[in-house]
Write a new protein. Structure first.
Length: 97
């Protein structure tokens, strides 16, 4: 009889709003990173407040993290999300790659 393989629980990837909220939370805790995001996105504080929560803003946050591996890995380490789960969500938003 061969030993049973340990079961791995397959947790579904987070949904877009939850992942975007985690991204924004990470940026809020890291002001230098928040400033860099705002500069890349062309947002001032007022525009950030106005657009926060919109689908376009959520997608932009996820794109930003997906394009910055050190930032992505730091977010994943802090939230317990695997990079693979994060990128599955990104891929759903960008099926053409």
């Amino acid at each position: 009889m061969s030993p049973a393989l340990p079961r791995t629980q397959s947790t579904p990837p987070p949904d877009v709003p939850a992942l975007a909220e985690a991204c924004l939370g990470y940026l809020a805790e890291n002001p230098d990173e928040l400033l860099a995001f705002m500069q890349v996105a062309g947002l001032d504080p007022d525009a950030l407040r106005r657009t926060s929560g919109s689908p376009g803003f959520q997608h932009g946050l996820i794109d930003y993290f997906a394009s910055n591996e050190p930032l992505l890995l730091a977010l994943c380490a802090n939230t317990g999300t695997t990079p693979e789960a994060f990128m599955r969500v990104w891929h759903r938003l960008n099926p053409a790659g």
